[in-house]
Design a protein around this ligand. Structure first.
Ligand SMILES: [Zn+2]
Ligand SMILES: [Zn+2]
Length: 339
């Protein structure tokens, strides 16, 4: 099969490798759509990488034994390789699995572990069906385009009475705009990149503010009658944005963090949490039991989803796809591994 690789700084290409083989209840999936995510950071940083991508939708190509899927099934690929048996996996919180098996140790090779490829392997319990009438392109948004915000909004109970602040309007934050509007909430976005500001407004954000404006916090308060937002979601991973979410949330409000961050954010226990009564959530993905609800968002938002997808590239044009991803003039970018 063919797969995409990063060869060096701002250089990507294709490689030919052996097809992976299904084993036990790990099915072989023919990848028809592979959304791009944070991999562009390795492309820009010049980190050679042979196994790229964790998001996909496709068709079951083969199974090794009777399992939860059969050849021909249209499926979405859930992320990671969790054990399926630890308490967190059993509770649907597989993303936090305490006992992930070694992929190559189980299958005999690392091929099949990445989604920027024509085939991948996945435990069959992590391959939910794509509803009839939903395209592979739209179904693939159940991964990181809509997933992180969906999980965070579920934790925070976002509904039509809420004004939600979303900081960082890359593909995850734009997916947050779609999710918030689906739930009937009013969205205030924070983003500096002009392309993304415009796209957030098209997707239904009521206002998009500039994080570099020193007046940003006051503007959020003005837009909320002086109270602050009910819920806030950070998708940027920037400590200043974390602080903005905490400071802009109203008393007894909620803040969720989904943007990855290696730096420290200062949180003051008394004024931020005890006296203000804030609830802070860390959220990575969504519980497996919520898959039908995520699919419902997709089924009922199809007209909007074509604006959440900004580019579709054949995988043969991986260099151009990465350059577009690195430019930030994009929402979600989809790769077609067979084109
Ligand atoms: Zn587990
Ligand atoms: Zn992702």
């Amino acid at each position: 099969m063919k797969k995409a690789v990063i060869l060096g700084e701002r250089r990507a290409g294709l490689a030919e490798v052996p097809d992976p083989q299904p084993k036990e209840d790990w099915a072989l999936v023919r990848v028809l759509v592979a959304p791009m995510c944070t991999e562009y950071k390795m492309f820009v940083g010049g980190h050679r990488a042979e196994f790229l991508g964790h998001e996909a939708a496709g068709e079951v190509a083969a199974v090794a034994q009777p399992c939860r899927v059969k050849p021909g099934d249209r499926v979405v690929v859930m992320p990671q390789y969790p054990c399926g048996t630890c308490p967190l996996c059993l509770a649907g919180e597989y993303i936090h699995c305490e006992n992930c098996p070694d992929f190559a140790g189980f299958t005999g090779s690392s091929e099949g572990s990445a989604t920027y490829a024509q085939y991948l392997l996945k435990p069959s319990w992590l391959l939910p069906r794509v509803p009839d009438g939903v395209s592979y392109e739209h179904a693939s948004l159940a991964c990181c385009a809509l997933g992180p915000a969906f999980g965070a909004f579920d934790l925070m109970g976002v509904d039509a009475f809420d004004t939600v602040l979303i900081t960082g309007l890359g593909p995850v934050g734009l997916g947050g705009v779609v999710n918030a509007r689906y739930r009937g909430a009013c969205v205030i976005g924070v983003e500096s990149h002009p392309w993304r500001v415009e796209r957030a407004k098209e997707l239904g954000a009521a206002a998009v503010l500039d994080p570099n404006d020193p007046d940003c916090l006051r503007q959020i308060r003005d837009l909320t009658g002086g109270r602050g937002v009910d819920k806030a979601l950070d998708c940027s991973g920037v400590p200043a944005a974390h602080r903005l979410c905490i400071d802009a949330a109203r008393r007894k409000g909620h803040v969720a963090f989904v943007g990855e961050c290696g730096d420290e954010t200062r949180i003051r226990v008394s004024p931020d949490m005890i006296r203000k009564g804030l609830t802070l959530h860390g959220s990575w993905h969504y519980n497996l039991a919520l898959v039908p609800a995520v699919m419902k968002v997709i089924v009922e938002s199809q007209a909007v989803l074509d604006r959440l997808i900004s580019h579709v590239f054949p995988m043969s044009r991986i260099q151009e796809a990465f350059e577009t991803s690195a430019s930030h003039d994009c929402a979600k970018i989809l790769l077609k591994p067979w084109e």
